[in-house]
Design a binder for this molecule. Structure first.
Ligand SMILES: C[S@@+](CC[C@H](N)C(=O)[O-])C[C@H]1O[C@@H](n2cnc3c(N)ncnc32)[C@H](O)[C@@H]1O
Length: 268
């Protein structure tokens, strides 16, 4: 493996932090950078850094982002969030009356990775909401490769372990080796490449935002800013779900704690 010295590591780390808000450890990125160096026939880390920092090679940049981000996900991950939605549906409608008024619900899966989270949301909402209610889910991620995989919606047979067979039967087409999300479920989701460090371009607000296992990679200051950006695009009475190893401690301004990792926008 090509050695990455401390100075080179600090330069890559600053580049990653400035662009994605992530501060990876040396051990975490060393192997990944080495892999990209070889794959792209680059002669040194300095040449690699030069190409990235000048924006001279957008394909390399995109591969770099794909490599340094962590994409682990699964269907029905942290299932008690979905259970909360099912058991508290009445409360969700009460706190946010526009859902029933418009007969429409708008969600954002921010940091959706390979799609398991937004597809799980789409499946459970199809099951639990009134049949004629419009479901609109925006699913975003910074990684192009991950986003492409989410849009394809094709998963290996191992996903059988992640959900009740009913959902597999109802929402997937089975081929020899894979399961593919049915087009009618895909149609509920809009996938977009989006960096959460950028300002939010939305005209309208969301009823529910899922941002789970993403903020864990950001420092406290970035988390704080991001939570307030989420609040600005969440309707009053709307809900924010974060990952189980994350917390809004000290950054809860304007949010009411509902249960661990579930917060309601109080609109103040
Ligand atoms: C561990 S996955 C979480 C997936 C899903 N939310 C879940 O809980 O299963 C984290 C995702 O956040 C994305 N991510 C990291 N930094 C980001 C940023 N600055 N903007 C948008 N997405 C980001 C990564 O690309 C990755 O797909």
């Amino acid at each position: 493996m090509t050695q990455l010295n401390e100075l080179q590591f600090q330069k890559f780390r600053a580049l990653i932090f400035d662009n994605c808000g992530i501060q990876p450890k040396k051990e975490m990125i060393e192997g990944k950078l080495d892999k990209l160096l070889r794959k792209n026939n680059l002669s040194s880390y300095d040449e690699f850094y030069q190409l990235l920092s000048t924006g001279a090679n957008s394909v390399l940049w995109s591969e770099f982002i794909d490599e340094i981000t962590v994409h682990m996900s699964s269907f029905f991950r942290e299932n008690n969030h979905f259970e909360f939605m099912r058991s508290q549906l009445r409360l969700i409608f009460e706190k946010n009356p526009r859902i029933l008024k418009n007969n429409e619900i708008k969600l954002w899966s921010a940091g959706c990775s390979t799609g398991e989270e937004p597809y799980t949301l789409a499946m459970v909402l199809k099951e639990w909401l009134p049949q004629d209610m419009t479901i609109k889910i925006l699913a975003t991620d910074i990684s192009k490769r991950t986003m492409a995989s989410a849009q394809r919606g094709i998963y290996p047979a191992t996903i059988k372990k992640e959900m009740d067979p009913y959902y597999l039967m109802q929402y997937f087409n089975r081929s020899e080796e894979d399961y593919e999300i049915k087009p009618e479920l895909k149609a509920l989701i809009t996938f977009r490449l989006f960096n959460l460090m950028d300002s939010f371009p939305f005209q309208d607000t969301f009823d529910i935002i899922f941002c789970r296992n993403v903020m864990i990679y950001f420092n406290a200051e970035i988390q704080q800013k991001l939570v307030q950006k989420f609040r600005a695009v969440l309707t009053m009475g709307g809900l924010l779900f974060i990952g189980h190893s994350e917390s809004l401690l000290n950054k809860q301004n304007g949010f009411q704690y509902m249960q661990p990792t579930v917060y309601l926008n109080q609109g103040k």
